[in-house]
Design a protein around this ligand. Structure first.
Ligand code: UT7
Length: 330
């Protein structure tokens, strides 16, 4: 019996209305548009409105993806939400999203934390769960309200991140050779402290002192993370191409995690694939972690950058430190 293919049936994305520019940031911390743009390629980012929750952004992106796929929330029996910024620690934000969206109560709903690699991990999870035959149609969401965990007094991190959501409806197709061809996931847990929130978790619950010290905010050793990111993303891309006997020039479009334009340019150089083959929107969104790849994927599809028969490579890297790549034939 031929195995069914796991295919993306529709995509959607959402970004909050408010835009925070580098010039705005220069009035908040000791920085400049020149520094931020030259080091990261970022010009501006979207910031959620007061009271606008992670779940609200996810619902907006999910509605767009469902409309694109021509399905409704009632057609979903698996909801996976990749995020590091759920509305609350408990319960899973996927359950809040299920309720707000009207996904049936017999759908499996859970969150997945693989930081910036979250969407690639979630896509692989959805693929495995659909392929086993127990689920028919998944909604996979990558969403972040990073503005809620960023230290707005720390210029080394606050200039880099933004808020937003991206979603994909994933289902099965009898057509062979299309959809998710494969993934390559991994993690370097030994480097976890390079990008983390030091306190506020179960190993070190928040105290008045830890809050006063700002230890409940995101901390990053940027230079070290940069080096590992380039190496891990290049390897993840090379490995999956090799596994599928593909050359880099057979990839129509690479959708990399949007953390830093210089990281993307380095990967383009190492893979010897011109920047025109990379989708880049980091300048307009900053780093939106789990949301970065699905927002870029949705924009690329809607801009006509992906055609039927094309192969797209997703490649990600993030806190954990996690990494992942995926190949999709459309
Ligand atoms: O999505 C998850 C993965 N995250 C990433 O992939 C991020 C990886 N890292 C990066 O993208 C880059 O390392 C950064 C953009 C974070 C930083 O760029 P960098 O070229 O590595 O700069 P740096 O951290 O070495 O900082 C250089 C200088 C320092 O001053 P000194 O020590 O040379 O005097 C910083 O204090 O720039 C200073 N600096 C700033 N200056 C103006 C740091 N942040 C700022 C700022 N504005 N916002």
């Amino acid at each position: 019996m031929a195995t069914a293919s796991t295919v993306i049936l529709g995509t959607g994305s959402y970004a909050p209305e408010r835009i925070l520019t580098n010039t705005d940031l220069a009035t908040m911390v000791d920085t400049s548009d020149e520094w931020i743009f030259s080091r990261s390629g970022i010009r501006e980012r979207h910031i959620a409105a007061p009271g606008e929750a992670t779940s609200d952004m996810a619902v907006a992106a999910a509605k767009a993806a469902l409309a694109d796929a021509k399905f409704t929330a009632a057609d979903i029996d698996l909801l996976i939400v990749a995020t590091v910024t759920p509305d609350q620690t408990v319960p899973a934000v996927s359950c809040t999203i299920q309720h707000k969206l009207g996904v049936p109560t017999n759908a499996a709903c859970f969150d997945l934390n693989a930081a910036c690699s979250g969407f690639v991990y979630a896509l692989d999870t959805a693929c495995a769960m659909l392929s086993c035959g127990r689920y028919r149609r998944a909604l996979v969401i990558g969403v972040e309200k990073l503005s809620s965990i960023v230290d707005w007094k720390d210029r080394t991190t606050c200039v880099l991140f933004g808020d937003g959501a991206g979603a994909a409806v994933v289902g099965l197709s009898d057509q062979p050779g299309i959809g998710l061809l494969g993934t390559r996931l991994g993690a370097y847990g030994d480097s976890a402290d390079l990008l983390c929130i030091p306190r506020g978790g179960s190993s070190s619950p928040a105290t008045l002192e830890s809050i006063a010290a700002g230890d409940h905010f995101l901390k990053m050793k940027g230079k070290e993370v940069f080096k590992i990111a380039v190496r891990a993303m290049e390897e993840a891309a090379r490995d999956i191409l090799e596994q599928h006997h593909l050359r880099a020039d057979q990839i129509g479009l690479v959708i990399p995690h949007q953390a830093n334009l210089r990281i993307i340019e380095a990967i383009s150089q190492y893979l010897e694939l011109p920047m025109e083959r990379f989708y880049v929107n980091v300048g307009r969104y900053g780093n939106t972690s789990s949301a970065s790849i699905p927002i870029a994927l949705d924009e690329a599809r809607r801009a006509g950058r992906i055609k039927s028969g094309d192969i797209t490579l997703l490649v990600a890297f993030g806190a954990g430190l996690t990494y992942g790549s995926a190949l999709i034939r459309w």
